[in-house]
Design a protein around this ligand. Structure first.
Ligand code: SAH
Ligand code: SF4
Ligand code: F3S
Length: 475
């Protein structure tokens, strides 16, 4: 993020949710900076707040609403402050959100990111029209009016306060994204989702699956590589079906091969791979390309076939386990991670036991475990949310404990060995140390020089905890 320039409108952008939203915020930052705004980290400096939101669970929405509620008081003191909401929650509950939070100036859905600068200009113009000059704010308002005038010379303001429901993605040039580090890039290969898992809002929040043309993705990656990018994470809600909407069949394996040919890029990752349509071609591609990392996020969700059917996941637990076995036979050191939902409507002790057993069998390197949260508009919302809260909680804790054991086992298996890491920077827990990731996406903490960030290093693992591997540099 840039620091505030004296005469520009300062926007504080807060991001909630998944990697898609992180990338969307990088794109929005680029759009704003190109338009002449400054994006600032410090809330106290902000002239405008923009929330890039998530609706995947009730808790995700409550986080946003809590923060929005807190900031309502800032508006009472500073009527010129602008509040905008974009992302999944804006798309799903735009009108309702405006109604319940009268201090929100505009909502902007997921497929109209390119309009955010114009929406901000329109909202700022409206706020400045009603802000009264007092002894305390005269200078500040004068600065803002000057900044607005220079924006208005280039950007048409949008009068509406609600821009949602545009299911088809805009033809936005995503190369505008401002990434925090030159060595890593999230790159979107498709938007939306057409899978309609019965619990999930994503298809409604993001619209149908739309793949980006392969040439466009490769051009973006070539430019990133030329600018020093060594690691990419290709993003899509289900990358396995990349290209199906364009050519009638998946082109994901081909895309991976083409990405792997780009000079400079050393590690290729992808997210997320839905188990129902992972192909043999993809498994062979991962096995045969040394650049594709041996890490796969492969969400099982539940080990019970009855629940999987009710979730509309399109695979059985046995099919899932067969796919895991097939991948392991081709790529023996593949690190699997998964998502699980506990307490889906009708989940019995027996269903839960099947999930627990599947987790014990696969021994995931990592897993994200969620308590079912009924989402308005989804198919599962019509089912009674009948697993009592304390039962959901107990199942959640049981899976967390089991996963923690498996993560520790996976970590301990590294002790004594040398691993290559891509250094990310100072460790979040201990800034004296560095943090990096192995190709299998294990988190490693080790001492070193701050300028190592963005470089590959080989370190020797000395011990492990459920959270990380600890290592020392090798000579
Ligand atoms: N496209 C990705 C998932 C994106 S949502 C995939 O198919 O894996 C991330 C995770 O959130 C899901 O895998 C699921 O485990 C969880 N999730 C989604 N909707 C949920 C809900 N209504 N309640 C609880 N967890 C949910
Ligand atoms: Fe949601 Fe299923 Fe699409 Fe993933 S594949 S985003 S869980 S509907
Ligand atoms: Fe949340 Fe939207 Fe991602 S609902 S999980 S931010 S696609």
């Amino acid at each position: 993020m840039s620091s505030a320039s004296a005469d520009s409108v300062r926007v504080h952008l807060r991001t909630y949710g998944c990697q898609m939203n992180v990338l969307d915020s990088q794109i929005i930052t680029g759009l704003l900076e190109t338009a002449g705004f400054s994006v600032v980290e410090d809330e106290a400096e902000a002239d405008a707040f923009l929330f890039n939101t998530c609706s995947v669970r009730d808790l995700s929405e409550r986080k946003v609403l809590g923060k929005l509620g807190q900031l309502r008081h800032a508006r009472a003191r500073r009527p010129e402050l602008v509040f905008g909401v974009c992302g999944c929650m804006a798309e799903l509950s735009g009108e309702r959100l405006l109604h319940k939070n009268p201090h929100v100036d505009f909502v902007c859905g997921t497929n109209c990111r390119s309009h955010i600068p114009s929406l901000l200009v329109g909202a700022l113009q409206r706020r400045l029209d009603i802000a009264h000059v007092t002894r305390h704010n005269a200078c500040h308002l004068e600065r803002l009016r000057g900044a607005l005038a220079s924006l208005l010379a280039r950007i048409p303001p949008i009068e509406t306060n609600c821009l949602i429901g545009t299911a088809i993605p805009e033809g936005l040039d995503e190369r505008v994204a401002r990434r925090p580090h030159p060595w890593h890039a999230y790159v979107e290969i498709m938007r939306g989702c057409s899978n309609f898992c019965s619990y999930c809002v994503v298809p409604y929040a993001r619209g149908p699956e739309v793949s980006r043309p392969m040439d466009e993705i490769l051009r973006e990656l070539e430019q990133l590589a030329a600018a020093g990018c060594v690691e990419v994470t290709l993003l899509g809600q289900n990358v396995n079906s990349y290209g199906r909407d364009l050519e009638g069949r998946s082109r994901f394996a081909l895309l991976l091969r083409r990405v792997s040919e780009i000079p400079g890029i050393r590690w290729v990752r992808f997210l997320t791979s839905n188990p129902y349509d992972i192909s043999e071609e993809l498994v062979e591609t991962v096995a045969s390309s040394p650049k594709i990392c041996h890490q796969i996020h492969f969400p099982l969700q539940s080990g019970s076939d009855r629940i999987l059917r009710a979730m509309n996941r399109k695979y059985t637990c046995a099919e899932y386990l067969e796919k895991v076995a097939r991948i392991r036979s081709a790529v023996p050191d593949m690190a699997f991670s998964s998502d699980f939902i506990v307490g889906f409507p009708g989940e019995t002790e027996e269903d839960f036991a099947a999930t627990y057993a599947a987790m014990e069998q696969v021994k995931f390197a990592n897993a994200f475990i969620f308590k079912y949260s009924a989402r308005r508009g989804t198919a599962a919302a019509a089912l009674p949310d009948d697993v009592p809260r304390h039962v959901k909680e107990a199942r959640h804790q049981a899976l967390l404990a089991l996963q923690s054991k498996h993560t520790l086992l996976a970590h301990e298996a590294h002790v004594g060995s040398h691993v290559e890491v891509l250094v990310e920077g100072p460790s979040k827990r201990n800034p004296e140390m560095l943090q990096g990731r192995t190709s299998r996406f294990f988190n490693v903490i080790f001492p070193g020089q701050s300028w190592w960030a963005g470089t590959f290093r080989t370190v020797r693992v000395t011990h492990a905890t459920p959270l990380a591997l600890y290592a020392e540099p090798t000579a």
